[in-house]
Unconditional design. Structure first.
Lengths: 526, 94
């Protein structure tokens, strides 16, 4: 009875997940979509608890301990994280999703791989296979196959209940073990890869692409070795004593690979990497679903995987990069790292203005486009920008914001930041829609953006940025770039725009500079 | 094999559902998806109550519960926080 209700509950959860994800894709319904997905999660969890309670005794302290610890961490993080740090937070969450899949697979494998009998005395006691674990098949028979093959749990002595749902009957045990290893591998790569991505985003380690000779060869050897070992474990291995070591080796390699695969990816490519790791965390969840034969995990994990892939694709297009070239890493290797820092000093024909001049220039213009970049968020200048925009609108100037798809450090990041500052939704315009309007625009203010307005990407084939779609701000009558210094952007490439005849630099902290400009502008009016 | 079929179909379903998402929703979609991938919690819960298992397996299970819960709680809450800003702003803008 409970099993039937639980199965129906799982099905309801699947349906709600699907509707939730669908609604997350439209502005008007997004919030309710999130709520539905949350409800689905609650139903799935309750169903799992119901199954557990039916099976009898369980170790509540472990579960409650885990739930409370995780819940508190998640709650505090969600409430306290500033919107500027969303990419770091999502990176960490991706990592914890990967960790969860890795840990579940390990927890399932561990008892099977323990050399000693796990279940001591008792009537239904330890199957003797523990001592002679001839083939990995035992793993399935003992730990998965028996468990709930016909909906009834094996209750081992010691009072514990085992309610892991059995994989559909007839599944080849070797496939189950292979899936367990895939779960470990994808989870491991997601865990450490996300952590490196976090460290890069948070500036804890260099954002530059870290490369060394033989990197790709090393990665290839590690990947092949890891897969080979996992395949050996699933299809050939016979000695349980070796199982533990081999599992740990596979896990170790996957953790190492996560680090090695993300290190060579430059800071500018981070939006792609986060999206991809997001996808991985979903696929890892689906793998766990394969292991446990649970459709809720398979379906929702697969959809998260698909969502991550779609965003990855969008980000790649926005930067005119192929996924392969991003993954192989080394963005801007030629001009990106050491060399261009000297470039920064070579700027010539740079015009610098002050807030006073800026205030005067704003007087009488009829169209303004603001190009916000991550620098705006760092300086917390959103609110100042909005105030300036309101003032100009009051003076009959149209104010719009041009959003590059990779503005900020994760997909859609800039939209969230501007929404936080209460900038009206209708004023945010996407790159493709606004690019032809720059020619007829009196003034463009670039705040803390750099690479996405670099015209070098249009006409310098040997520039690392070449081919990346940009906002054509250089076509406007006047461009003012608000920036701290002439230092290169995230891609580490010098910006040709700064030397253009119609461009002026306004150096300083974005928030302070815009505030000064507002004051000057008001003074002019009065 | 059925599981694999379900997996592949779900991926296609995902592509269909999310193919056209406005850039405004990219970040919330990602954090929401993140929360959903915390569904591993269901698997983790199954593991944490293998009471007869060795202590270490229990610890692994409990850790899995904790990491998955971080995803679920944090992911859904932060997504709601972000989408709340959009909703508030839409009313204010009009």
């Amino acid at each position: 009875m409970v099993e039937t209700i639980a199965s129906i509950a799982y099905l309801v959860a699947i349906v709600l997940f699907i509707i939730g994800i669908k609604r997350l894709g439209k502005v008007r319904t997004a919030r309710s979509g999130n709520g539905l997905a949350c409800l689905a999660m609650l139903i799935a969890i309750l169903a799992t608890f119901a199954l557990a309670a039916k099976q009898g005794v369980m170790d509540w302290e472990w579960i409650v301990g885990g739930l409370v610890a995780g819940g508190v961490i998640g709650l505090v993080a969600a409430i306290r994280v500033p919107m500027t740090s969303m990419p770091e937070m999502v990176a960490l969450f991706n990592g914890s999703g990967g960790a969860a899949s890795l840990l579940v697979a390990l927890a399932v494998l561990w008892p099977a791989l323990s050399p000693q009998p796990v279940v001591p005395a008792g009537e239904q006691a330890a199957p003797q296979q523990w001592e002679t674990w001839e083939a990995p098949k035992r793993l399935y028979e003992v730990h998965l196959g028996n468990l709930r093959a016909s909906g009834t749990a094996v209750v081992p002595a010691g009072g514990g209940a085992v309610v892991a749902p059995a994989p559909e009957s007839g599944t080849d045990p070797r496939v189950v073990i292979a899936t367990l290893f895939l779960s470990i591998i994808i989870g491991g790569i997601t865990l450490t890869g996300s952590f490196i991505a976090y460290a890069k985003l948070a500036g804890k380690i260099t954002g530059d692409a870290v490369t060394f000779p033989g990197q790709h060869a090393l990665n290839l050897i590690l990947i092949l070795g890891m897969l080979g070992l996992a395949g050996y474990m699933a299809y050939v291995a016979t000695d349980p004593a070796m199982g533990m070591t081999h599992t740990l080796i596979v896990m170790g390699i996957s953790l190492l690979l996560g680090v090695l695969l993300v290190l060579p990816i430059g800071g500018a490519d981070m939006p792609v990497v986060i999206s991809l790791l997001n996808s991985y965390s979903g696929i890892a969840a689906a793998m766990t679903g394969f292991v446990l034969g649970e459709n809720v995990l398979i379906v929702s994990g697969a959809m998260v995987g698909a969502a991550g892939l779609i965003l990855t694709n969008i980000m790649c297009k926005a930067m005119n990069r192929s996924l392969v070239s991003v993954l192989l890493g080394g963005f801007g290797q030629t001009a990106g790292t050491g060399g261009n820092k000297d470039d920064a000093r070579e700027y010539s024909n740079v015009k610098s203005i002050g807030a006073e001049e800026m205030g005067m220039m704003l007087d009488g213009i009829s169209s303004l486009i603001v190009v916000p970049g991550y620098g705006l968020a760092v300086a917390q200048a959103q609110h100042a920008v909005r105030e300036l925009g309101d003032l100009l609108e009051a003076a009959d100037c149209t104010v719009r914001y041009a959003i590059h798809p990779v503005a900020g450090r994760m997909p859609g990041h800039m939209n969230v930041l501007l929404a936080e500052a209460n900038i009206p939704y209708e004023q945010l315009v996407e790159m493709d829609e606004i690019n032809s309007d720059f020619k007829q625009t009196d003034m463009v203010i670039v705040v803390g953006a750099n690479d996405v307005v670099n015209p070098a990407s249009l006409d310098e084939p040997d520039n690392p940025l070449y081919g990346m779609p940009i906002l054509n701000v250089h076509e406007a009558r006047t461009v003012v770039v608000i920036k701290r210094s002439l230092s290169p952007g995230y891609a580490g490439v010098r910006n040709k725009l700064f030397e253009a005849d119609n461009a002026m630099m306004l150096f300083g902290d974005a928030k302070a500079v815009i505030q000064d400009t507002i004051n000057e502008y008001k003074e002019n009016l009065s | 094999m059925i599981a694999l079929t379900v997996f592949v179909l779900a991926i296609f379903l995902g592509f269909e559902l999310i193919a056209k998402v406005p850039p405004t929703l990219h970040t919330p979609l990602m954090s929401g998806a993140n929360a959903i991938s915390g569904v591993t919690l269901v698997g983790a819960l199954s593991c944490a109550y293998f009471a007869s298992w060795p202590m270490l397996a229990n610890i692994l299970g409990a850790l899995a519960v904790a990491t998955a819960t971080v995803n679920v709680v944090g992911g859904f809450m932060v997504t709601d926080r972000m989408l709340g800003m959009f909703a508030g702003k839409k009313k204010g803008g009009k």
